[in-house]
Write a protein that binds this ligand. Structure first.
Ligand code: HSE
Length: 454
């Protein structure tokens, strides 16, 4: 018995080696590029056994070498467009980032009949429709697993694993830098700028960190997830985006007192009333008992609610050299397996066949219904609280909880925290505007959306 097993193993390995090779060209040798070179080298046997052929790095396009990886005999060009023109290259792996040169490079590779793997969320979110159309025209595939949530295979989960489901909503912590900042503020009371600096040193933050802090990076990723979930073209301009820069340490503390955590979430939902789609990125209070509320540090997690499967949670590292390389290489392996399949037999770019994408109404943030956390600085005097609650009540906004703090020595205003029931945002807007005009309110009212995610 042992002999037969050993014999079989030998037979299968020998057979794999006789299959053809697939040649890839990697453009960009930064954090992810060097991670991909290292993982492909270290795990070559397993990767090739899974792909059914040998994956060979035929060429690298990079402006400079990276001491984080050893390129050995691999040919290197300082002009990345050489890779797109190289007739040997079957799959171009775009890891340069940005949307100008990267877009030209990807379109050039497609025009030259190459498949593309990219980790570039901004490129897919903003130009994916054009890129996929070009790829379809040429009969090639553009794969982008690494573009969302780094090492978590969330694209494959949505596009393939959940294809039986009607997805009602999804919510994700999809920016590791923002999550790291909020976690450190909560756990260690650290200063915002100080934590951001550390995230940059760890290689997590975007080249322009306002992309992390102001939610643009999360918006790029949310658009991609939403198109896969609902089957619609990518619509980056429809995302309501609010960053974490206005979240203050006291909000983090008050949220905890109320049994919540503040997370920077990307939320895509389908209205049960009119079927419209709302896409939004903003700080959100979520009950601390939810698993996703306990996703800390630079980790990412995406909660997807399908009608058949119910809630499913995908958790893992959302950035970093080898976690992101893990997703890049998974796409290369997938492509290597399907290179001989005709285009119509491959998984479509957005999971749904391209002629079956929906033209949903995109809902503005004013139409979205959520609960609210409000923090006001209110004059400590009789009648102030009752006037505030009267305004809320007139707007048919029900109050779930109120915390009023003692005034600090020498202060005549006190922090007042109000948790509301769910309300359509435009009704909340007008009630908050009335409260804001009261003479007894100092400073700007802080508002953070609350989701139960249950
Ligand atoms: N800046 C991103 C983050 C990197 O912090 O999540 C991964 O996309």
């Amino acid at each position: 018995m042992l002999f037969i097993l050993g014999d079989n193993t030998h037979f299968f390995k020998a057979r794999a080696k006789t299959l053809n090779s697939v040649k890839i060209g990697i453009c960009g040798l930064g954090t992810v590029g060097s991670g991909a070179v290292n993982v492909l080298g270290r795990n070559a046997d397993e990767i090739n056994a899974r792909a059914g052929c040998e994956i060979v790095i035929s060429q690298i396009g990079a402006r400079r070498d990276n001491p984080a990886c050893d390129l050995g005999e691999i040919s290197v060009s300082r002009d990345i467009f050489d890779v797109a023109e190289n007739p040997e290259v079957d799959i171009l792996v775009e890891l340069i980032g940005g949307t100008t040169v990267a877009k030209d490079l990807v379109l050039k590779a497609i025009a030259n009949g190459k498949h593309v793997v990219t980790a570039n969320k901004a490129l897919i979110a903003e130009f994916g429709n054009e890129i996929f159309a070009a790829a379809q025209e040429k009969g090639v595939t553009v794969s982008y697993e690494a573009a969302v949530a780094g090492g978590i295979p969330i694209i494959k989960a949505l596009r393939e694993g959940l294809s039986a489901n009607r997805i009602e909503w999804l919510a994700g912590i999809i920016n590791g830098t923002g999550n790291f900042i909020l976690t450190e503020m909560r756990d260690k009371g650290r200063d915002f700028a100080d934590v951001l600096k550390e995230a940059q040193e760890l290689g997590y933050a975007e080249a322009d960190p306002t992309f992390d802090v102001e939610g643009i990076d999360a918006a790029h990723k949310l658009v991609i997830l939403a198109s896969l979930a609902f089957g619609m073209p990518l619509q980056f301009d429809s995302v309501f985006t609010e960053g974490i820069s206005k979240v203050e340490p006291q909000d983090v503390t008050y949220a905890q007192e109320l049994g919540y955590r503040i997370k920077h979430l990307g939320i895509a939902s389908r209205s049960s009333e009119n079927g419209g789609i709302a896409l939004r990125v903003h700080p959100t209070l979520i009950p601390e008992k939810r698993l996703i509320a306990n996703v800390d540090g630079v980790m990412n997690a995406v909660l997807v609610n399908g009608d058949a499967v119910g809630p499913t949670l995908y958790y893992g590292p959302g950035a970093g050299a080898e976690p992101t390389a893990s997703s890049v290489i998974a796409d290369v392996v997938d492509l290597a397996r399907t290179l001989t399949a005709s285009p119509e037999h491959r998984v479509p770019h957005l999971g749904f066949q391209s002629d079956q994408l929906n033209d949903f109404e995109m809902l503005p943030i004013g139409e979205v219904e959520t609960a609210y956390y409000l923090r006001l600085s209110a004059l400590d005097a009789p009648g102030v609280l009752s006037k505030i609650t009267q305004i809320l009540s007139d707007a048919k906004i029900s109050v779930e909880a109120v915390i009023q703090k003692e005034p600090e020595a020498g202060e005549d205003h006190v922090p007042l925290i109000i948790l509301t029931d769910r309300v359509v945002e435009k009704s909340l807007d007008s009630a908050v505007a009335q409260i804001q005009q009261m003479d007894s309110i100092a400073g700007e009212i802080t508002r953070i959306r609350v989701e139960s995610l249950g």
